[in-house]
Design a protein around this ligand. Structure first.
Ligand code: DGL
Length: 276
């Protein structure tokens, strides 16, 4: 009888900062026996306003730290901006599987679509890259695809302003012309799921709001299973969060993002090798 192989190495997840914890949360909920190491590049956030070259360099450095220092078995690029510009290079650089958030998000959007426009709310960098549009077309979408950069939303979420009149008016300014035109809205940025209930107040019930993090966790589960990389069932997992800046902001904000016992999460500062 063939024994099913197990792999107890951690899952590596990285993002420009705290927002990728929305993706980590879905991973931990779906795969409760898996250990994780999350790297938030808080010293260099935001990525969404930077050039594709800079984001690619930062992404390589984050991935290298997770592979070399944490010995991860898979890399999840939780950051939409990094996924949009750096995924092919990351996949060809590292021998472990590399999973971004764009493919899963685009697939989920297409499944929810009823023929109206699909609108992608994202950072300036993700919007400029056209990555969601390319992925949707690759998957066969023929509908209108609207990219909408919403640069003020990340700082609002970072400040914890996820309800009340200021974020509501800001969101409305970004999306009011989409009402009646789009039947799917994609939360194409790590931070935006935190504004989901506010967004729902502005949208008719028939409009689907898609969070790529859910589909990314499902894709990760499928890859681990297909490649014999799942951890041994019943194992008690270990969760580490690394930040490249001081830990205080992460210590303060992480509990708002994660539905796990924070006393079991080790948060520490790391220096990662940088190249200019
Ligand atoms: N993590 C980024 C993303 O999902 C948002 C924050 C940033 O601009 O770095 O695109």
């Amino acid at each position: 009888m063939n024994e099913k192989p197990f792999d107890n190495r951690p899952i590596g997840v990285f993002d420009s900062g705290v927002g990728g914890l929305t993706v980590l949360d879905h991973i931990v909920q779906l795969l409760p026996g898996e250990s994780t190491v999350y790297l938030g590049d808080t010293a260099r956030v935001p990525y969404g306003t930077r050039s594709a070259d800079t984001v690619t360099r930062y992404s390589l450095e984050c991935a290298q730290a997770l592979v070399a220092r944490a010995g991860v078995k898979v890399l999840v690029v939780a950051c939409n901006t990094a996924s949009a510009v750096a995924l092919p290079l990351l996949a060809s650089t590292f021998s472990v599987p590399v999973i971004g958030v764009i493919e899963a998000g685009a697939r989920a959007a297409l499944e929810a679509s009823r023929g109206g426009a699909i609108a992608i709310l994202a950072t300036t960098g993700t919007t400029r890259s056209g990555a969601y549009l390319s992925e949707l077309r690759r998957l066969g979408a023929e509908c209108e695809v609207i990219g909408r950069a919403c640069p003020l939303l990340v700082p609002l979420v970072e400040e914890g302003w996820v309800d009340g009149v200021v974020p509501l008016l800001t969101l409305d300014r970004y999306i009011s012309d989409l009402v009646g035109r789009a039947d799917v809205i994609v939360l194409g940025c790590t931070h935006y799921p935190r504004m989901r209930s506010l967004l729902r107040q502005l949208l008719p019930a028939a409009v689907a709001v898609v969070d790529g993090g859910v589909a990314t966790a499902a894709q990760l589960q499928a890859v681990l299973s297909e490649q014999g990389l799942l951890a041994q069932p019943g194992r008690v997992p270990n969760h580490r969060i690394w930040v490249t800046d001081a830990v205080e902001a992460m210590v303060r904000m992480a509990p708002d993002f994660l539905r796990i016992d924070m006393s079991e999460v080790n948060i520490e500062h790391v220096e990662i090798a940088t190249h200019g």
